[in-house]
Design a binder for this molecule. Structure first.
Ligand SMILES: [Zn+2]
Length: 429
């Protein structure tokens, strides 16, 4: 089959891994995390090669030296050779090769690719790429760019939403926005909690299966238990005058309230930990170990630690090993650091119960890149498992069973489809 002949970037897999890969290629995936546009949104775009480079690969291009947003191939070309070998570049190349039949980017192939990408941008693309090529049963969708919670297309998605903005008020205008969105008039911390509850109800009505938080982008993942009186003082402060940062005590208080709601509704919480997307930020804010007190305080909440906390994968490994309510999630990880992902999985498989490891989330906006990332994840998982088989840690049949857990079953258990068997089991617990 043509697709397999030139499968691996950058090199062919060892034979034992290839055999396991062929079996894992048949497996369905439940993706723990995506930002994929709806089909309607996607077909309304006029995508080209720059569109596919804009999600993550552009971060590496800027890190290499490109100034600002890439606007033409001529601007990108001097930097592309430095980033094409890193994970984001690998994903772009796999997508272009497998979906559009072009092996690499250069001045000659860019116009060809632009024509093919435009021609394929029509109904049928999602079915072909997500279902037939990537074999994704469904994905947990974080559609952060939408204001209102919207029920996603059930053929492809279940819904996760952020309520971080209720933990991030820094001025009266932020509070007004919450009032408009929820219909609750807000005069203090107690009203703010009620507005958060209303927003959660609105999201549940749209099919919410998980709460997502990316507060690590804007503050440390250390949340003190703050009494209402102190939270109210912060509220009064920000209503008087805009604050440079969201006042911390109110933010802490609201995040604890969010976790109480997650506990009450038996909703898992997906937490961004580890390195940040983009080209700036404070990485020490993102350390997974900072969350430790919350795992003790909210034992009914499943904390799904994103990106395996890379570069602090050791912390996530230790936490997922200790706590029944902590899982390690490889979303974004196979493109963030393909080697780091293999190392982390190699260690985790001999440290953490296998039902605690969620092996894939594409974390992309465009289906082509989710497909490419899924391919990299399957290859990485197969390679790690082949090493385990070679050392006698497991049989090939056991390796395939583990791959099933990592690629689908663990995510399907933590994020069941509404109305599905897993969802009913969760609700009667
Ligand atoms: Zn994401």
């Amino acid at each position: 089959m043509r697709r397999r002949e030139f499968f691996a970037i950058p090199a062919a897999l060892p034979a034992a891994a290839q055999a396991i890969l062929e079996q894992t290629e048949e497996l369905e995936i439940v993706s723990s995390h995506e930002h994929l546009l709806s089909e309607q949104e996607r077909y309304a775009l006029r995508p080209d090669v720059l569109t596919l480079l804009s999600h993550y690969a552009a971060d590496d291009l800027r890190s290499a030296g490109l100034a600002g947003e890439p606007k033409s191939w001529a601007e990108i070309e001097p930097w592309w050779r430095h980033v094409r070998g890193a994970g984001y570049g690998q994903a772009v190349r796999i997508a272009l090769r497998d979906i559009y039949g072009v092996d690499d980017l250069n001045a000659k192939t860019v116009p060809v690719l632009n024509g093919r990408i435009a021609a394929e941008n029509r109904p049928g693309l999602y079915e072909r790429v997500l279902k037939k090529m990537a074999r994704i049963r469904y994905a947990v969708l974080d559609d952060y760019w939408r204001g209102e919670p919207v029920r996603p297309d059930p053929r492809y998605f279940v819904l996760a939403r952020k309520l971080d903005w209720f933990c991030s008020a820094r001025q009266a205008a932020d509070v007004r926005r919450m009032e408009e969105a929820t219909g609750i008039s807000i005069h203090g911390a107690a009203d703010l909690r009620r507005a958060m509850e209303r927003r959660l109800e609105q999201s549940l009505a749209a099919g919410l299966v998980a709460i997502k938080t990316t507060l690590a982008y804007s503050r440390p993942l250390e949340f003190a238990a703050v009494e209402e009186r102190e939270a109210q003082q912060d509220f009064d402060l920000l209503m008087k005058a805009p604050q440079p940062e969201p006042p911390r005590r109110l933010s802490d208080h609201m995040f604890h309230h969010l976790l109480s709601l997650a506990s009450e509704h038996r909703l898992p919480v997906q937490v961004h930990t580890g390195t940040l997307a983009g080209n700036r930020g404070l990485i020490d804010h993102t350390r997974p170990g900072l969350l430790n007190p919350l795992f003790l305080r909210y034992p009914r909440v499943t904390f799904d630690l994103f990106h395996t906390g890379w570069p602090w994968t050791g912390e996530v490994t230790a936490l997922a090993k200790m706590f029944p309510n902590v899982t390690a999630d490889f979303c974004w990880m196979w493109v963030l650091s393909p080697v780091g992902a293999r190392r982390a999985l190699d260690e985790m498989l001999e440290t953490v119960p296998a039902n605690k490891i969620l092996g894939f989330g594409g974390d992309y906006r465009y289906v082509e890149l989710t497909y490419a990332h899924a391919r990299m994840a399957r290859a990485g998982i197969a390679e790690v498992l082949a090493g385990k088989v070679a050392r006698g840690w497991c049989t090939r049949a056991e390796a395939v069973e583990i791959a099933k857990l990592l690629l689908a079953e663990n995510a399907a258990r933590v994020f069941p489809q509404p109305g599905g068997a897993g969802d009913q089991a969760r609700r009667v617990q």
